[in-house]
Design a protein around this ligand. Structure first.
Ligand code: ZN
Ligand code: ZN
Length: 383
């Protein structure tokens, strides 16, 4: 049997549109989880729903002597109001599958259906459907609930669609494939006071403004210029009012980079700058820094295996085996830190909704790549 079969393609499209129409946020994928579990059960697979909240796992074991390969898909959507006008547009207010996790889920469901019906398949596969990728909670919960203890997984794989990359193309790389994401919160406290008497008070707004500007020197002046990093402040709130100086200012933001050392430099400089500027202004400052997503590291063995598999299946020219690392983050990083793993990118197309950036209200996963993704997984499973 060889993918794609026309009926399986139609099934995957139907499932994807259905999931797209009823998107659910992280850890609230109740309908999606139910649909996924029902389908996996109907394929005759052993289904587990014990790995945390809305996680679903299915095990296909044909040969106990062979190693167990896990493939992970994410199921959660985003708090975005969809503007695509598609016939299967989101029916859930202000929630949208704007990252293509509907497509990742449908791709893995298609793979599960195909392999469970394929009598020539004699390997072992674990289909891992995880909740809450966007907030970095799903993989952690599944690990905490014993996914890697209950199943002796040898290698784990995942894919993500890439808008702007042509259909039929794949990319990956050994070592760092996606960056770390750390969130920070800064609170500046000052005396406040009358806007006409600033000399007698303290202005948290002005102090925080100096902090905002100075923090931009971390990437330009403290990080090794050969390294990659991005630092963004995305929120600035104060309790100041008309003619009242702010006594409190709160800043929030995030920073991403591709290696641990750079992250430590950013964390150290962030605290130093905040405390230094606060002290110079007679203010007090507190800084919280938390890494929600570590760097995703692709291990050599699974990366070589999937690269060979993709090149065999789609041709050398369609597989970039040493792509640039991405500065977005992925909670697959937690799973790939448990066992050797590989994260791959699949082209989502170069025009229309398929080329809109991830998390855009105009984005859509490309139905034409459902069979490409599932063919890649099937080929990997049978290698
Ligand atoms: Zn996303
Ligand atoms: Zn995503």
């Amino acid at each position: 049997m060889n993918l794609p079969t026309e009926s399986l393609k139609q099934d995957m499209i139907t499932w994807r549109h259905d999931i797209h129409k009823y998107p659910e946020l992280g850890f609230n994928e109740i309908r999606t989880c139910k649909l996924v579990a029902q389908l996996l059960t109907s394929f005759g697979l052993k289904v587990y729903e014990s790995f945390g909240k809305t996680a679903v796992v299915a095990h296909l074991e044909k040969n106990k002597n062979k190693k167990l390969i896990a493939i992970r898909a994410d199921m959660d959507a985003l708090p975005i109001k969809e503007k695509t006008s598609l016939h299967y547009q989101s029916q859930n207010t202000n929630i949208m599958h704007a990252c293509g996790h509907d497509g990742h889920t449908a791709t893995l469901l298609g793979t599960a259906k195909f392999l469970s019906e394929d009598e020539s398949f004699d390997g072992n596969i674990l289909f891992v459907f995880q909740p809450d990728e966007e907030n970095g909670g799903g993989a952690r919960v599944m690990i905490k609930n014993g996914l890697f203890e209950q199943f002796k997984i040898s290698e784990i794989y995942a894919l993500h669609n890439m808008p702007g990359m042509p259909v039929g193309y794949f990319a990956t790389r050994e070592n760092t494939i996606t960056g770390s994401e750390s969130a920070f919160e800064i609170e500046v406290q000052s005396k406040g006071g009358h806007s006409a008497l600033p000399n007698m008070g303290g202005d948290a707004l002005l102090t925080a403004s100096q902090i905002v500007n100075s923090l931009q020197t971390i990437v330009s002046r403290k990080v090794d210029p050969r390294k990659n990093a991005v630092f963004s402040i995305t929120e600035f709130k104060t309790n100041g009012k008309k003619n009242i100086l702010a006594s409190k200012a709160n800043l929030k933001g995030d920073t991403r980079c591709l290696d641990e050392e750079t992250k430590l430099v950013i964390q150290y400089e962030l605290k130093k700058i905040c405390n230094g500027i606060a002290a110079a202004n007679n203010a007090i400052c507190s800084v919280k820094f938390e890494t929600n997503f570590p760097i995703t590291i692709n291990s050599p063995i699974p990366t070589k295996r999937i690269t060979k598999c993709l090149k065999d299946k789609f041709g050398d020219k369609r597989v970039e085996s040493n792509c640039e690392p991405m500065l977005f983050s992925e909670d697959f990083s937690f799973m790939a830190a448990q066992v050797p793993g590989c994260f791959i990118l699949i082209g989502n197309g170069t025009s229309g909704a398929n080329a809109k950036p991830l998390h855009s209200p105009y984005f859509d996963f490309n139905d034409d790549i459902l069979t490409l993704g599932s063919s890649a997984w099937v080929h990997l499973a049978k290698m």
